[in-house]
Design a protein around this ligand. Sequence first.
Ligand code: DQA
Length: 146
Amino acid sequence: MKIMVINGPNLNMLGIREPAIYGKTTYNDLCALIKEHCRQNHIDVELYQSNHEGDLVDKIQSTYNTFDGIVINPGAYTHTSIAILDAVKAVGVPTVEVHISDVDSREPFRSVSYIRFACEKTISGRGLQGYIDAIDYLVNKKGNEL
Ligand code: DQA
């Protein structure tokens, strides 16, 4: 089981950016949490973060035929990027959208998600646990298929 975890713009600033919304845990802490969970559950994981839309598209494309699932928090590109939506559609890899905050209870523009159209599931407002829940969802789904 191979999972790609992708984080978009400003998620490298976790722990610094708006701690009242995103918490005090850093991006490195998030990576450590995910790696440990995957190690314990024998999941092969790759972690990637970029502030650049095209780089995120390239990383999504790299999962074609090589990964079993994508967990993605596209940050603000959630609300704007058709290119990221199209990349997920193009590769056809089961994808879960994650948001640390509860996007539907914030500014109205955050309720718009383009990528949601290509995702099996959206997890929002569960903090960093949302990434773990997304990974577990993809693992259980794969297990049920076998
Ligand atoms: C976010 C929510 C987005 O609206 C915001 O632009 C982010 C982070 C979240 O994880 O809650 O950068 O995706």
